[in-house]
Write a protein that binds this ligand. Structure first.
Ligand SMILES: [Fe+2]
Length: 238
């Protein structure tokens, strides 16, 4: 990592970007939200600038979740998600480790915690990990996930969404967030998306269509840039 572009400070999030947690009807946000306000302390230069070359510990290369082998493709709408990872000053974060996980086309996760009565897809696990190139670019080939209900007494539905974890340029600058699809009627009813108070910040969680001519035949394209911190930060999503 070039020390000249490695930030030695992080600006705090402006008001309205951080989600208002805990979120009623989403149990994890109660168990994961500290009861006391965080104690703020300045990070040391060592903490914010390293370790770099995170991919040495986190092997990358799984960028195609939809094709698991010759003739073996996941069910669902084939999509391509591409974008850039940017720092708070708009500079590309190269070498960032980008992880993605998601439900299958029926809205079910390939995970023992998800025992909902919806079909599993034998050709879809639903997670991938790659690292950004010199321009901070990443890209995944996958399928559009289905919506799924949140199992609470007054159940509600999560819209189709993709989970992201971005590590870069150092381990302290990790962002865990979610990406949504434009125009989905469930977006405005989603308690996780709507937990972000600022409307412009919520918009930064919604992908944009890529013109079909820019994507390979058969893949519906979505562009989604992710900004780590700063005024234009992509909000955290639990
Ligand atoms: Fe999810």
């Amino acid at each position: 990592m070039d020390g000249a572009i490695t930030p030695d400070r992080f600006e705090p999030w402006p008001p309205g970007i951080e989600p208002a947690v805990p979120i009623e009807g989403y149990a994890n946000t109660f168990t994961h939200t500290p009861a006391l306000a965080p104690i703020r302390r300045p990070a040391t230069r060592t903490e914010v600038t390293g370790p770099t070359e995170l991919w040495r510990k986190l092997p990358c290369g799984d960028d195609n979740l939809a094709v698991v082998g010759p003739g073996r493709m996941a069910l669902g709408q084939l999509i391509h998600i591409a974008g850039r990872i940017l720092d708070e000053d708009g500079r590309p974060v190269r070498g960032a480790v980008v992880e993605l996980w998601q439900a299958n086309a029926a809205g079910r996760y390939f995970h023992p915690n998800d025992d909902r009565d919806a079909p599993l897809d034998p050709n879809f696990v639903g997670n991938g990990r790659i690292r950004t190139d010199e321009e901070g670019r990443y890209g995944f080939f996958t399928i559009k996930p289905g919506a799924y209900p949140v199992p609470t007494p007054n159940t509600w539905w999560r819209p189709p969404h993709v989970h992201f974890s971005v590590l870069g340029p150092a381990t302290l600058s990790r962002l865990v967030t979610q990406m949504y699809f434009p125009g989905d009627p469930l977006n405005l009813l989603d308690r996780i998306l709507m937990s972000v108070p600022d409307a412009a910040a919520r918009e930064r969680l919604v992908a944009r269509p890529i013109p079909p001519a820019e994507v390979g035949l058969g893949w519906l394209g979505y562009r989604h840039d992710i900004v780590l911190r700063g005024r234009a930060a992509t909000p955290v999503q639990p």
